[in-house]
Design a protein around this ligand. Structure first.
Ligand SMILES: C[S@@+](CC[C@H](N)C(=O)[O-])C[C@H]1O[C@@H](n2cnc3c(N)ncnc32)[C@H](O)[C@@H]1O
Length: 258
């Protein structure tokens, strides 16, 4: 239930990076205007919208297991075949798509090996299977700085939920290893660097208190005093100005052929 929040809340959280990230992942996957593509764990559809622009809604399908996001997806991506489903049980025929993408999703799957095997199954032979995961311990500035602050203030409390250490596939090479284990061919790996625009620090902080994602869930669980201390240390670490600013974010990607 980590993502059971309104679509707008997710959009203000990491959703603001999704469009540019998806553009880069689609390019890495070699998508062309005539490709059919499945977006797995499409979230609120900010990335899916980029796929629609690239190939047209009739060639895009999207699956997402969080109901509140599925509603957002349907509104945002009219004409797209949107289904409530997990990667581990994709409701499509074998070889149905030219490309299957999962942006910032593999690390949230309860069975990533089965999820990626499912992505491979629904991709035609020679088609692309691609994914990205944040560089949690490194250059995903927003989340790394948040957990740096949380761990300093509450080392025991964050231990079990700290994304820097507990997220699988957040280190260079880990997604590629999963891709090869799944039997995907011609595996290519690399980094995607994007940026997010913020009106001010309050704009950045608000979705954390709404409980979105593991970081938001942790922030929202704190009493007001501890939450205020975390907010203040987080801001100090980001060293952002009073007004508008931009933050960079790096994700690792892997692409292979089914
Ligand atoms: C960080 S969000 C990424 C959303 C979107 N791809 C984006 O880039 O904005 C992670 C998404 O993965 C979805 N998810 C979690 N487990 C999943 C699974 N097993 N199969 C498919 N999607 C899953 C969540 O519901 C959530 O929407």
């Amino acid at each position: 239930m980590t993502f059971a929040v309104p679509a707008e809340t997710y959009d203000r959280f990491v959703g603001r990076y999704s469009y540019a990230l998806c553009e880069a992942l689609a390019e890495a996957a070699g998508l062309t205007a005539s490709s059919s593509v499945l977006d797995v764990g499409a979230g609120t559809g900010t990335g899916t919208r980029r796929l629609v622009e690239l190939v047209g809604p009739e060639r895009v399908a999207a699956v997402e297991p969080t109901e509140s996001f599925v509603e957002g997806l349907r509104v945002r991506c009219p004409g797209v075949d949107v289904r409530l489903a997990h990667a581990e049980s994709l409701p499509f025929e074998d070889g149905a798509f030219d490309a299957t993408l999962a942006q910032l999703v593999v690390n949230f799957m309860s069975d990533p090996e089965a999820g990626v095997a499912g992505m491979k199954r629904v991709t035609r032979p020679g088609g692309a299977v691609a994914a990205s995961v944040w560089d949690y311990p490194g250059e995903m500035t927003l989340l790394r700085s948040f957990w740096d602050a949380a761990a300093e203030l509450d080392p025991d409390g964050v231990h079990a939920v700290d994304e820097r250490t507990r997220m699988r596939f957040g280190r260079d090479g880990e997604l590629g290893d999963l891709w090869r284990q799944t039997g995907l061919a011609e595996v290519e790996e690399g980094e995607i660097v994007v940026s997010g625009e913020y009106e001010d620090f309050e704009d950045l902080w608000a979705p954390f208190t709404a409980g979105v994602g593991p970081a938001g869930r942790y922030a929202a669980s704190l009493d007001p005093e501890r939450q205020e201390a975390l907010k203040s240390d987080f801001r100090r670490r980001l060293a952002v100005p009073d007004g508008a600013f931009t933050l960079g974010a790096r994700a690792w990607f892997a692409v292979g052929r089914a």
